[in-house]
Design a protein around this ligand. Sequence first.
Ligand code: GLN
Length: 234
Amino acid sequence: MSTESTITIGLLLPDVLGTYSDVGNATVLAQRLRWRGIPAEVRPITAAETPPTSYAVYLVGGGEDTAQQFAADWLRRHGQLRRALESTAVTLAVCAGLQILGRSMSDASGHHYPGLELLDITTAPGRRRAVGEVIATCAIPGVGSLTGFENHRGVTTLGPGSTPLGRVITGIGNGGGTEGVLTDRIIGTYLHGPVLARNPALADHILHQVTGQVLPPLELPDQAALRQTYLQRR
Ligand code: GLN
């Protein structure tokens, strides 16, 4: 039996931001922990709940404009969770999730609303929806190229103090050539896929932050082959 304590992955609002199957990122993190003998559980946190704030890692996914407005309000109402995301947890935020952690957003109908201000970014609608495959470099050493699928209207502008997660090779990402945002505690990205299934090194980077351990590599030939297929499409 393992003597390690269980790592709980907090899956925020799967009932609201579940449109793009980003919930799969939780499965990937949990399974990659279990394969290394570390007990893990996924804890979905729905809109009806008061969110637990003690988890090491939180995930927030993509969704439609109305769903993301609801999610932004919900997150703002739960200030203790905001503090956890700011100071104790590691967070992966995808697309709508990325946008709502920023300063503000506007949507296609012209509605302007505030975000959580955890990231120095603002988002406004672009002229056309960005839909398709993305390949980007990644600013995190050792992660290599990122592959994913994007489907969004928002164009995200990074403030002067912000570091992009990567640079776009194929696709749109934030718009303006960058993809996502990276801070000490938050990885924000436009990439669906789910992104951690397509980019296992990014999953292991998060798990390294969460566990403090260098995790042994996993040999998953099918996954490596699929990843190569996507990366060769540039
Ligand atoms: N509604 C947002 C946009 O279109 C986010 C979409 C998403 O999460 N895929 O920009």
